[in-house]
Design a protein. Structure first.
Length: 412
């Protein structure tokens, strides 16, 4: 008899398991015994403080353009839980999610798996059943102890960037965090290092050397054109759809990964396919245009590293620039709010319905913010202040952006 009658019941049960945690060794034993499909995946494993989702998306889009069937595993979700697991950007089908959940729920309970581990288990089974050519897999948090690190022989381990985030779990310096991210490096497996600063970059290089893993360091161009973004990487001219300057770095990490795998004969992709794939690529929730009258952009900047990257792209936005801000309470809110407030014409602080969301009292600690308890009203107020000529920018948390995108996705 089926435990779940419909997909939403299954999703609700899976998401209720958010706080279960038996550790990576426990999950490795589960995968070894119960899901050999995970080891058969031709996986590209991507870590980083910021930019790993965008890099995964660039890789997937270029591979799709080259004619491959590509599985993509990312988190958190943007519209619905199922969008964490896609093939050629199509969400896992509700009937497949429901069927797999009913087949596996007893195992999940017996092994006390958490939500993210269940998602990984579902992903591996679904990708194998659907015969994907490649699986692009984003690390959830950190690297060394992340559930995705059950992958023992990825085609490539990609480390996009190192910044200060989740310091309570990953360490209080960029070098310590780099060591955690470098935990995804496997013996003899290709490493793509996108980190540009000497300290954390050297940590990654040292781990790669210890593991006997060939390493390729990405050199990001210093200069590029904007509106639209144009640059050259390894003499290949690239145009991006995104207006965000930080996507140049992420696109270079994706190109380096694909070019290195192509040179090793693991995949076949032409320069033209690379160019077309990257030009088409758009990662939802990252400098994404939701409306044009007035212009409304959402960006999932949620830590110091992400905010600095966002600020680099804000200078060309039409004024007045009105910012709507909501964040999680465990982030460095003081830095984020001060840095953003100094660069906009009006900043409206708000909150949203999530168990980790910062409340208005915490947001109110930044002097001069306008406060609005209902985020829908905050956006309406921002739109009125921006008028037809200005810009509304919504940021502060990926979880907040998820709610906003879900509400506005059909409005242009």
């Amino acid at each position: 008899m089926n435990r779940f009658q419909n997909c939403q019941e299954a999703v609700d049960w899976v998401t209720s398991r958010r706080n279960q945690n038996q550790g990576l060794d426990h999950f490795k034993r589960f995968i070894a015994q119960e899901n050999p499909a995970a080891e058969r995946l031709k996986a590209i494993h991507v870590a980083g403080t910021n930019g790993k989702g965008s890099t995964c998306n660039f890789i997937a889009d270029a591979l799709i353009e080259a004619g491959y069937r590509v599985g993509l595993f990312t988190s958190p979700h943007l519209i619905a839980h199922q969008d964490r697991i896609t093939i050629n950007h199509q969400w896992i089908r509700d009937e497949a999610f429901l069927s797999l959940a009913n087949q596996r729920v007893s195992l999940w309970e017996a092994w006390s798996l958490n939500m993210f581990e269940i998602d990984f288990d579902l992903m591996a089974l679904y990708f194998e059943a659907e015969q994907v050519d490649f699986a692009v897999i984003e690390v959830g948090l950190g690297g060394r102890l992340d559930a995705t690190n059950v992958l023992s022989r990825p085609l490539a381990s990609v480390i996009v960037s190192i910044g200060l985030d989740h310091m309570d779990r990953l360490g209080d310096t960029r070098e310590k965090i780099a060591a955690e991210k470098a935990g995804i490096i496997k013996p003899g497996c290709l490493v793509i290092n996108g980190e540009q600063d000497d300290g954390p970059r050297q940590v990654i290089e040292q781990v790669a050397k210890q593991q006997g893993a060939p390493l390729f360091s990405v050199i990001v161009p210093d200069h590029f054109e904007t509106c639209p973004i144009r640059f050259c990487y390894q003499q290949i001219p690239i145009t991006l759809r995104s207006m965000a300057h930080y996507q140049v770095h992420n696109a270079c990490c994706a190109m380096a990964t694909l070019l290195q795998l192509s040179q090793r004969g693991i995949l076949a992709i032409s320069e033209e396919e690379l160019r077309r794939g990257l030009k088409k690529s758009e990662w939802k929730g990252r400098f994404q245009v939701l409306q044009r009258d007035p212009l409304m952009i959402v960006d999932g900047a949620h830590n110091e590293h992400g905010v600095r990257a966002l600020i680099d792209s804000m200078g060309e936005l039409p004024r007045p620039l009105i910012l709507v801000f909501a964040a999680l309470r465990d982030k460095d809110l003081t830095f984020m709010m001060k840095a953003l407030h100094a660069r906009v014409d009006l900043m409206i602080g708000t909150t949203f319905d999530f168990y980790r969301a910062a409340d208005l009292l915490r947001i109110a600690e930044e002097p001069g913010l306008v406060l609005e308890s209902d985020w829908h009203q905050a956006i309406c107020r921002a739109q009125q202040a921006a008028g037809k000529e200005g810009t509304v920018l919504v940021t502060g948390s990926l979880y907040f952006i998820s709610e906003v995108v879900a509400a506005y996705q059909n409005v242009k």
